[in-house]
Design a protein around this ligand. Structure first.
Ligand SMILES: [Zn+2]
Ligand SMILES: [Zn+2]
Length: 270
């Protein structure tokens, strides 16, 4: 495959599990957990929202390192895990949660996941992205290993047989705050975002800073365009949303998110 550079797993540094994730408070009871060693393709965000009766966790990382060992506080307040969609960098740790929810269109995938890989060429092939010349990536997706001798090829996703389906308009109640599900297909059929009462929009892979992916298996450009048009309507990014907490990259003010959505519409055809 074009652009893949060779990197042996043995060349990668080892980062202890307790330093695998990077934790940052972002205000209003929300904590960002990053997985930087997922590399360019797989370094995704986990969001933790403190609630009175329960906590909310949005997405669950790759599953390379056990969240319960590395971040035990994630589990202290009966967390409900909501997956933005069923890609490996977001659902890898889902099996660690007793209450896991995902859009109905992807609940089967979470209950019985397909194959996954940390080897870039295999992964891009599985995702349906192998022919995209835009990718110029090392042949191992990770930029570090969680322990010496880590077996890349033993990696796989564990299913969550008890995963529950979510639909547009469903509400997750944390006691003193609620979040509402927005069904925003395009990146995948079941891509969702969560909007909380304070105006935080957890946008998953629907909208983040950087190249948006609309050519993987299950992606749909026409649906993605409708999603961006919906986000740009006066109520959402124009009024209700005060900040966007995406699946990858930095927290976005609404003006930046509007620019990304408008840029997507300008660069794709109906
Ligand atoms: Zn994704
Ligand atoms: Zn992602």
């Amino acid at each position: 495959m074009r652009g893949v550079t060779h990197r042996e797993p043995d060349d990668l540094p080892v980062v202890a599990p307790d330093r695998w994730f990077r934790v940052t408070e972002v205000g209003d009871g929300v904590t960002l957990v990053e997985e930087p060693h997922g590399g360019e393709l797989l370094a995704a965000n986990i969001w933790h929202v403190r609630g009175r009766d329960r906590d909310l966790v949005v997405d669950s990382g790759l599953g390379v390192v056990a969240l319960r060992e590395s971040l035990p506080w994630l589990f202290e307040n009966d967390p409900v895990l909501v997956l933005s969609h069923a890609h490996l960098d977001h659902m890898g740790g889902a099996h660690e949660f007793a209450d896991c929810r995902v859009h109905a269109a992807e609940v089967d995938e979470v209950r019985r996941p397909g194959p996954a890989s940390l080897r870039t060429a295999t992964l891009l092939d599985l995702l349906g992205l192998a022919d995209d010349p835009a990718w110029a990536l090392p042949d191992v997706a990770l930029t570090a290993l969680p322990h010496a001798g880590f077996d890349l090829d033993a990696y796989g996703l564990r299913g969550v047989p008890a995963a529950r389906p979510l639909e547009e308009g469903d509400v997750v109640d944390l006691g003193d705050r609620t979040v509402t599900v927005l069904s925003l297909p395009g990146h995948t059929p079941g891509s969702l975002a969560l909007l909380d009462g304070s105006g935080a929009l957890f946008s998953g892979d629907v909208l983040y800073e950087g190249g948006l992916i609309d050519s993987c298996h299950g992606a749909d450009v026409a649906a993605y365009r409708r999603t961006m048009e919906r986000l740009l309507r006066p109520d959402l990014l124009g009024r209700d949303v005060t900040r966007v907490l995406p699946g990858h990259g930095r927290v976005l003010p609404p003006a930046d998110a509007r620019e990304i959505a408008a840029g997507y519409l300008a660069s794709t055809r109906p």
